[in-house]
Design a protein around this ligand. Structure first.
Ligand SMILES: [Zn+2]
Length: 153
């Protein structure tokens, strides 16, 4: 599936990563390479609680350094919610304003939230929502989902 203009392969890699992280939240970034292609980069979640995320500070610094060197551009931060809606929490919205460079830089970075629902020992549904900045607010611009049938067991 594609969502909000992000390519299907990058979205699929992100979904797979978050499904593997379940029942812990996962996180990562969608980056644009110099050739224009986009890919998903998983980032270690160092949050102590399973129901929150904190990008590993070293990996995050490496990402921003690579961006400063022109090796890539961070276009979206992605994370998952486990058995919770694909909506931005208050904490997510506050955190989104704290990127290096402050709100102007943050304003260019989109957000992806993937909700993973499980049960009976297997995944049931993954839903992804894309958020973009509009007049200082992150608003949902696209939604996609997939459900897991018996064939996916
Ligand atoms: Zn969140």
């Amino acid at each position: 599936m594609t969502i909000a203009g992000y390519p299907a392969a990058a979205v699929a890699d992100a979904m797979r990563h978050f499904e593997r992280c379940y029942p812990r939240e996962g996180c990562g970034a969608i980056v644009r390479m110099p050739d224009g292609g986009m890919e998903f980069r998983p980032i270690r979640n160092v949050a102590p609680r399973p129901d929150s995320f904190e990008l590993d500070p070293i990996e995050q610094l490496e990402l921003w350094a690579a961006q400063d060197l022109g090796e890539l551009e961070v276009v979206a931060i992605a994370h998952s919610h486990c058995d919770a809606p694909a909506a931005l929490s208050e904490r997510d919205r506050e955190g989104a304003l704290l990127w290096p460079g402050g709100p102007p830089a943050a304003g260019r970075v989109g957000w992806l939230v993937v909700a993973i629902r499980g049960g009976e020992g297997r995944l049931k549904l993954s839903e992804i929502r894309a958020f973009q900045w509009r007049e200082g607010e992150l608003v949902c611009v696209d939604v996609a989902s997939r459900s897991f049938g018996a064939a996916d067991r």
